[in-house]
Design a protein around this ligand. Structure first.
Ligand SMILES: Nc1ncnc2c1ncn2[C@@H]1O[C@H](COP(=O)(O)OP(=O)(O)OP(=O)(O)O)[C@@H](O)[C@H]1O
Length: 398
């Protein structure tokens, strides 16, 4: 049996450094089956962080992004007609990167998360590309997709009680993906499950417990252990700690942060709570009405966002860190728009405290506020007066 600690020490399990290869943008890609790439390459929003985080030569090698999302557009189809929930999102994460995805309810965060593991309802229209370690999730066969789930990427949802099988013991459930993906015996997989439980702070005697015998925090830990079971390159945590009390939430977040650092896993963490994201992730991306409106270094975005929506969102939370600098939380008037009937121009303009006439007519996509920081606001120059003049990163928008 290979012990988990040995697996971590094993150089074969270290972050993969790949030989130089053409980036996907460098060569024409065939349209993926079931994935219509509708946007002309010249109009496509460049992945924030993709260009400035392009594979860097490391002794003749490059690091391939773990996750690369290119111009992702998602439209639900149902009894209420078409709901364009995601409208052209691009993101890139290298091994070990941590990205927080924030925004009010209904802005499309969970839709992006579900798309990454292709868990959207049948009939949903998805365009663009989602590359996991260079392979397009949207174009994969179901067989390949099954191999990628858990082993390549795994997801931790809110409310572990609903994700766990009530009639199976904990160790058996954690062992399930190991048996499935690594073809080891159930006994060996359950022994590994107990090691994983100890890594997430669950005592070995809990191996024979049923989900209902655990607390909410313990069940979330079981979900994290399952997510880690097959050493994925990417974990998507969708409101994974939201339902927990603050003490347990802090513990689970610390644990997740420690594990992704040790294993060099890329983490996409989704939450309403900007302060939690700022504390856990290096980068923060803020969504509004299906688009990214801000993307940059977490703590700086949280402390001084460039987009008025992201400013309002961060003002709604107390600051992290130095108590002397803490501010009083403030609210944001109005509601997010109906995704199938967005306001013209900037979708945020009806709620914007610094709106100008042209905001109602001019669509705006991400512009550079700084080399590593973008905001989708015509006034980004006003809020970044001390920085070099912004460069328009994108042309037009859908
Ligand atoms: N299965 C579905 N069918 C139709 N519309 C959907 C479906 N799932 C989500 N939506 C719609 O898509 C939009 C985005 O929803 P999504 O759940 O991605 O938002 P969110 O930002 O994750 O919200 P929350 O924080 O409340 O989970 C919303 O308008 C929602 O009503």
């Amino acid at each position: 049996m290979v012990h988990a600690a040995a697996r971590l020490r094993d150089p074969r399990r270290r972050p993969r450094v790949h030989p130089v290869r053409a980036r996907h943008g460098d060569r024409p890609q065939p349209p993926a089956a079931g994935c219509a790439v509708t946007t002309d390459a010249t109009e496509r929003e460049p992945a924030p962080g993709a260009d400035d985080r392009a594979p860097e030569p490391r002794g003749g090698s490059t690091v391939r992004p773990t996750l690369q999302i290119e111009d992702l557009r998602i439209t639900y189809r149902g009894s209420r007609g078409e709901i364009p929930a995601v409208r052209g999102i691009s993101l890139s994460l290298d091994p070990g990167d941590t990205l927080g995805l924030a925004g009010e309810s209904g802005c499309g965060k969970s839709t992006v998360a579900a798309a990454v593991l292709r868990l959207l309802p049948p009939g949903t229209e998805v365009t663009g590309r989602i590359l996991l370690d260079g392979e397009d999730i949207l174009a994969m066969s179901f067989g390949k997709l099954r191999a990628v789930r858990w082993a390549g990427a795994s997801i931790v949802f809110q409310g572990a009680m609903h994700s766990l099988n009530p009639v199976h013991r904990i160790a058996r459930q954690i062992a399930e993906p190991i048996v499935l993906h690594e073809g080891v015996s159930r006994a060996a997989a359950e022994a590994r499950a107990v090691e994983l439980m100890s890594q997430v702070g669950l005592p070995a005697w809990r191996a024979t417990s049923y989900p209902h015998e655990l607390s909410g925090g313990q069940r979330q830990r079981v979900m994290i252990a399952m997510a880690l079971a097959c050493s994925p390159q990417l974990i998507v945590a969708d409101e994974a700690t939201t339902a927990l009390d603050v003490m347990i939430q802090a513990q689970v977040l610390r644990l997740l942060k420690q594990l992704v650092t040790e294993r060099h896993i890329a983490l996409v963490m989704i939450s309403h709570d900007l302060s939690v994201l700022a504390d856990t992730c290096e980068r923060l991306a803020v969504m509004y009405a299906g688009r990214l409106v801000e993307h940059g270094p977490s703590r700086e975005v949280f402390a001084g966002a460039r987009h008025p929506y992201a400013q309002a969102l961060s003002a709604a939370f107390p600051t992290v860190g130095d108590p002397a600098e803490r501010r009083n939380p403030q609210g944001l008037a109005g509601d997010p728009p109906d995704p199938s009937d967005l306001p013209t121009g900037c979708s945020f303009h009806p709620r914007c405290p610094v709106v100008m006439d042209e905001c109602a007519t001019t669509p705006v996509t991400l512009r550079a506020a700084r080399e590593d920081w973008q905001a989708a606001c015509l006034r980004v120059e006003d809020t970044a007066a001390d920085l070099p003049a912004p460069t328009l990163l994108t042309k037009g928008d859908a």
